[in-house]
Write a protein that binds this ligand. Structure first.
Ligand SMILES: Cc1cc2nc3c(=O)[nH]c(=O)nc-3n(C[C@H](O)[C@H](O)[C@H](O)COP(=O)(O)OP(=O)(O)OC[C@H]3O[C@@H](n4cnc5c(N)ncnc54)[C@H](O)[C@@H]3O)c2cc1C
Length: 460
């Protein structure tokens, strides 16, 4: 973009925001600009033309209407956790939704209407005041809509389902800048391909009475990491075959602790029946020798904030992902070999989400375009680094690990890789959406013929 074009656009924007003083407007010369550009992964080369911060859905719609009418490119930003910066573009206005963060509970229908920019932790905090909880991601600073629209795995995946299946209704700002209630067709597209069809201004989601859970991290003795990975997983597979209650969701990870690489399993029992949860905690702890067990009766909010402490608030690097149907011996060998080579940086790690067969989201949902519906594991190979000197090694490690996984049994690899963690230049939308892809291309032509939502994570 030329300097002249940028100046011309900034002039138009200044006029609009002068007439709409209730909407915060931040330009590169504003003192808050750097702070508002901060995101989970440091991407210093991404600098939006300006940042608009509407605090109501109506104000967000008027911003979108203004920019589309004036052919000014824009992006949408909430929690800023996309590793590939799909929330900003150079020369584009960023519509930062974080001030649209309300939670309106309807006790009668056990649902809540939540603002499109709310972060998962703020939502859980608001719900907990009423003894309620909802499906959410693993850490609190991830934006709820960004998490839910493209999949949404987390500590309640087995009990409540994935984020994408929480979307009961949505208010969407369409390609003309109009605020509309999504009809069944638009909702189906939003459930999986979200931002490609509009700005999600509000979601209605189910909420559940859950003021107590049993949850925490188990660190297994990991002096012989390949052996403990194998032992834990063969025991876990045997338990899975017998049947694990939906209340239990487990997330495996290999992280760098001060004393070395360690298999850590996050245990979440989503039920106030703590006694039964304790029996399951004992079964999981019996799968391999335990070094430290932090499982305790807790609340959804406390558990979330405890987990936050395991994750840095900012980092640099990149994530790689692959979704596999089973943790076969071949796959476990690749994991073992590669976690041994993992650079010893506190931000470098490997983690997995599981969509367990038989749980609510692991079945066909005709009213959603999210395609990964059979039981599977989402691998998160996190080639991030705290220390600059480890960055190249961490990203190269992630690349090698991922390459090796792609060479394992092709039948075991899910074509529908997890879009949120996939690099835009590497992901094929036709594989992600499978048989729903052609329908989505038609819908894109219908709902966004000019491609005003071109920066979205899902692209058609
Ligand atoms: C530390 C960390 C932990 C994570 N944990 C999990 C996890 O447990 N489970 C999981 O499934 N995923 C997880 N993710 C991935 C995360 O869910 C996605 O990257 C998600 O898209 C981030 O949403 P955000 O609002 O925080 O980020 P942003 O970068 O602000 O948004 C991500 C994308 O969604 C778009 N978007 C955001 N809000 C809206 C909206 N209201 N309307 C339209 N478009 C919107 C943005 O334009 C962008 O394209 C994690 C990522 C990180 C970095």
């Amino acid at each position: 973009m030329t300097d002249n074009l940028a100046r011309e656009r900034l002039q138009k924007l200044a006029g609009f925001f002068a007439n709409n003083p209730s909407i915060q407007y931040v330009t590169p010369t504003s003192p808050q600009y750097a702070e508002l550009c901060a995101a989970y992964v440091s991407l210093p080369d991404l600098n939006p033309l300006a940042i608009a911060r509407p605090s109501t859905v109506e104000a967000a719609a008027s911003v979108v209407s203004f920019v589309v009418t004036n052919d000014i490119p824009f992006t949408v930003r909430s929690g800023g956790h996309d590793s590939f910066g799909r929330f900003f573009r150079n020369g584009a206005v960023a519509v930062d939704l974080r001030l649209i963060n309300y939670v309106k509970i309807d006790q009668e229908s056990s649902t809540a209407r939540i603002g499109g920019g709310i972060l998962g932790g703020d939502m859980i905090r608001a719900l907990q005041k009423h003894g309620l909880a909802a499906a959410v991601g693993t850490i609190s600073s991830v934006g709820y809509a960004g998490w839910a629209m493209y999949g949404g795995y987390g500590p309640y995946s087995s009990k409540f389902g994935l984020g994408v299946d929480q979307i009961l209704a949505a208010k969407v700002i369409n390609a003309k800048g109009e605020l509309v209630d999504a009809d069944a067709e638009l909702l189906r597209a939003v459930r999986g391909a979200g931002g490609a069809f509009g700005v999600v201004a509000e979601l209605t989601i189910p909420v559940h009475r859950l003021d107590q859970t049993l949850a925490g991290a188990i660190a297994f003795q990991s002096d012989d990491l390949p052996a403990v990975i194998r032992q834990y997983n063969s025991g876990y597979q045997a338990l899975s075959a017998e049947g694990i209650p939906a209340e239990l969701t487990l997330q495996q990870s290999i992280i760098n602790l001060p004393h070395g690489k360690t298999l850590v399993v996050l245990f979440v029992w989503a039920s106030p029946d703590i006694k039964t949860g304790q029996l399951w905690a004992e079964k999981i702890c019996a799968l391999a020798p335990v070094a430290h067990n932090a499982i305790q009766p807790t609340t959804p909010l406390t558990y979330l904030t405890d987990t936050d402490r395991m994750v840095p608030s900012h980092t640099r690097g990149r994530v790689r992902t692959i979704s596999l149907k089973r943790l076969s011996d071949e796959v476990l060998d690749v994991i073992s070999a590669n976690v041994l080579k993992m650079p010893a940086d506190p931000h470098t790690l490997f983690a997995m989400h599981e969509l367990r067969t038989g749980t609510p989201s692991a079945q066909a949902h005709s009213d959603s375009v999210f395609a990964a519906r059979e039981g599977h594991f989402v691998f998160e190979i996190i080639g991030n680094a705290q220390r600059e000197e480890n960055l190249d090694r961490a990203t190269a490690w992630g690349q090698d690990f991922w390459n090796e996984l792609t060479r394992t049994d092709a039948e075991n690899v899910l074509p529908a890789t997890y879009l949120s963690l996939s690099a835009p230049e590497e992901v094929q939308m036709s594989r992600v959406f499978g048989e729903k892809y052609a329908w989505l291309v038609d819908m894109k032509g219908k709902y966004d013929p000019r491609g005003v939502f071109a920066a979205a994570t899902a692209r058609f």
